[in-house]
Every structure is written in C-alpha cells, then in structure tokens.
Ligand binder design. Sequence first.
Ligand code: UDX
Ligand code: UDX
Ligand code: ADP
Length: 470
Amino acid sequence: MAPVKNICCIGAGYVGGPTCAVIAYKCHDIKVTICDINANRIDAWMSDKLPIYEPGLDEIVFSRRGKNLFFSTNVDKHIQEADLIFVSVNTPTKKQGLGAGMAADLAYVEAATRRIAQVSTSSKIVVEKSTVPCRTAESMRAILEANCTPHVSFDILSNPEFLAEGTAVADLLNPDRVLIGSLQTESGKIAQAALADVYAHWIPRENIITTNLWSSELSKLAANALLAQRISSINALSAVCEATGADVDEVAYACGRDSRIGSKFLKASVGFGGSCFQKDILNLVYLSTQLNLPEVADYWMQVYTMNEYQKNRFVRTIINTLFNTITGKKIAVLGFAFKKDTGDTRESAAITLIKSFLQENARVAIYDPKVEKEQIYLDLSEPGVLDNRQQVERGVHICASAYEAAKDADALVIVTEWDEFRHLDYSRIYKDMHKPAFVFDGRLMLDAPALRNMGFKVHVIGKNSLEGRA
Ligand code: UDX
Ligand code: UDX
Ligand code: ADP
C-alpha cells in the first residue's frame, strides 16, 4: 500500500485536535486537515486563541498551520481527498432511551461514518479514534459496506487515544504505547501497517502495538477502568485513614514502592472527573450487563459508586465541620476544572460539590484560572431550566482571583490542584476570612501544618487532620 499522504480528522475536539496537530508536526510529508461541523470551533483553531488549553499546543499548531496542518468545516471535501480518516467525534453517555445514563451515544460516530460512505469516491482507511464500546468498529464496517459506491472499499482500524488532558502534547510526543487494532485479514493488516508507518515517524516501533480489532477497543475501556479503579481504591482507603489516624499519602507511598503496584495514580482526591473515566466505566458495566455477566458489571460499578461516595463524603465533612449548617455561609471554591492544566470541566467533582452547597443554601464564590465564567454557569445549571439558571446565578459568584473568592468566606475548599494555589498569600487570606477560618484540602496539596500555625482549621482528605494529629 502507498504511504499515507493525506489525513482527514473528523472532530476538532480534545482528542482529534491535539492528536492530528502532533501528527502534522511530526510528519511534514503528510497533509492533515482537521474538520468539524462546529464553525466556531474551527474559527478558534484558526485564530490566536485555540479552543482548548493544553501546555505546548499553541507552538505545535502555530508552527504547522497553513503548511501541512489545516482546519475546515468542509467535511465532505476533505473526506474525499483523504486516504486515511480519523473519526474523533464525541461519544457522550446516552441521556435517554435504552441504556440511558450508561451506554455511549454513538449517534455522532454513526453520522460521521454514514457521511464517509456517502461521499467517498476512492478507497480509504477509516480509523476509530473516539472511545467507543467494544464492537463499534463492526457497526461502522456494516454501515460503510452497505452504503458505499462500487469500487470503493474501506479498511477499519481501531486506534484508541490514551492521552490525558493537561499533558496531551507530552503524551502524544512520547506515548507509552500506540495501539492499532485491525481485522486479521490481509487488507486489514496492510492498513494497520500503513497507520503504524505514520506513527513510526517519531515513535519507536517497539512502542507501536498491533492487536485484533476487539482487543484494541476493549483495551481502551480496560485501561481507563483500571486507572479509575486505583483512584477509587485509594479514595476508599482515605476514608479508613480519616477514621483511624493513618495518613493516606504515607499509605500510598508505602504501597506504591512495591514495584508490582507502582506509585502512579494513587493520589487520593475529592474524586476523579473528566470526560473518560466515568463514561468508560459505565460503558464497561453496560457491556458486561449486555453480555449477561452481572457479577462483572457489579464489580466495575463499584468503582463508580466509590467515586460518588467520595464526593458526597467530602461535602458531609464540610457541612459537619461548619457546625452542621452552611446555610447563608460563604464557601470559596478554588478550582473548577476536573484537574490542573486544563480548562475542561466535564464530570468535574467541583460540579457535584457546588450543587450540594447550593442545595444547602450556601453562597459560593469560585475561582479557576482557566475555566470561563459562562462554562461554570452552564455546568451548574444543567439539566437546564431557566429557573435553575437564575437560582445558580443568585447563589454563585465567579471571581477573578483566589483572594476575591476568599474574602469574608467561612471556608476555603480546594477542588482542583492548580500549582498557583500552593503559593497564595495565605496570611492575607486568613485575615480576610470569617473566623474560625476553615480550609478543606480536597487535593492533599497545601502545607497543612503551616496553615494551622497561621490559625486556619484545616481538613485534608485521608488525614485525621482537624484534630491536628496529622
Ligand atoms: C502475597 C503478596 O504478594 C506478598 O507481598 C505478601 O507478603 C503475602 O501475600 P503470596 O500469597 O505468597 O504473597 O503470593 P503471590 O505471588 O502474591 O500470589 C498470590 C496468589 O495470586 C497466587 O495464587 C497467585 O497464583 C495469584 N496471582 C498472582 C494471580 O492469579 N495473578 C497474578 O498476576 C499474580
Ligand atoms: C484519562 C486517562 O489518563 C487517559 O489515558 C485517557 O486517554 C483519558 O482519560 P484524563 O481524564 O484526561 O485522562 O486525566 P487523568 O490524569 O487520567 O485524570 C482523571 C481524573 O482522575 C482527574 O479528575 C484527576 O484529578 C483524577 N486523579 C488522577 C486522581 O484523583 N488521583 C490520581 O492519582 C490521578
Ligand atoms: P473529545 O473529547 O472526544 O475529542 P469533543 O466534544 O471535544 O470530544 O470533540 C468532538 C468534536 O466532534 C466536536 O467539536 C463536534 O462538533 C465534532 N463532531 C461531531 N459530529 C461530527 C460530524 N458528523 N462531523 C464533523 N464533526 C463532528
């Protein structure tokens, strides 16, 4: 097969945008066009302010844009011109109908696939990049084969993306592995090799893994489920630590030093968020249920349940500590994104926490260095009715700094681990807060003893800390 020369990426989001920008950056001999039906998003990709924030992404995009990296809303034209197409559209959890709240909504994948079948005039490799339930590639193949024009054929590959937000560029430049699944047919294997050659421009061959289609699809769900499981495991232990006097950071360190366990993804927190973990676990649960494996479904469901428990437990601690009521009190929330170094708020723990504070009629002041004000209001008023939006706007104030948020607050709650929160002038914050001034560290990131010396009452997840024992 001739080498890939022209790539079209359908979907200019968190996955498609950075992935294909890095391919263009590393493969000057390949023309890469990232398409989206959302014209605002494409305009933003072509402007000075890219639609997503990722450290290092601006430099990569600006260095290749207009050379071999292009952005367009003309999806059909670029499908036609491409010899390889990445399908990187969104796959949210279904909101209604069969599998609501659990199964992935594949409507966008199906629409993009039908479009490819309709407009293609030459044979192509179609790459499933969005995280999708196992066997989606089979559905895509059926749609392509049933709708294509004569003499046009398609090879389907599964090439799940493992990048994490906030480190997308570093992950893409230096991935632990790239996974490419294909049908074990001759043409499937040829297509697999063609995509491997693209990545081999900068990734050592031994890090490019090839498997069958179904292993590849399941590996993405499995990897995210295993990572989320580690967080739920350490978070479950954080509750035991708080009840005993053990320190969850010390426990995580001691366990992580066992090379069979490893140290990563053992940071206790207020709960995991992001567009992937919850969605993929629920996908796996749904898949297991469909496959008539209820024990397996129950097992993975517990990872999700523990995450909900952790968020609710933190809210309960805050209310109990503030003398069993937060009605009318001001709570300063530092961080709204689901993790640091991203402006993404999907499934952020902040949303659950703040909704609970509002239900208790607290006043909430929020500061996040990257999340837009409108996004916060949207997230908090979802599912959106106007009344709800007005209620949110009454109860929530979005601030331009941590200091503004903390002024006259009864409690300061750390939800996202932005580095700048380590270096705030906490003596200034202490002076400005109501007394007793409470700090709730949901990210185990502040210097609790130093804060206590200033006069703060500090609670840290996973540490029996309000008693000052930690
Ligand atoms: C275990 C711990 O490894 C050790 O650190 C602790 O001090 C005591 O408990 P042990 O039970 O002796 O040690 O053996 P281990 O190698 O951990 O295996 C335990 C069981 O798990 C065995 O039945 C083994 O076959 C099984 N196992 C282990 C798997 O099924 N899969 C694996 O990947 C590893
Ligand atoms: C994740 C996977 O890491 C990535 O491989 C996959 O492609 C997409 O899903 P992402 O959701 O972007 O990436 O970020 P990640 O760093 O995994 O964090 C997810 C959530 O877990 C965040 O809310 C983070 O704060 C939380 N987390 C992570 C912890 O609470 N503790 C940890 O030790 C690690
Ligand atoms: P992810 O995090 O998986 O990248 P995003 O929601 O950030 O998800 O991005 C997916 C993008 O795919 C959105 O910008 C959306 O407009 C785009 N999209 C969805 N369906 C189509 C389609 N049929 N053609 C082109 N773009 C699409």
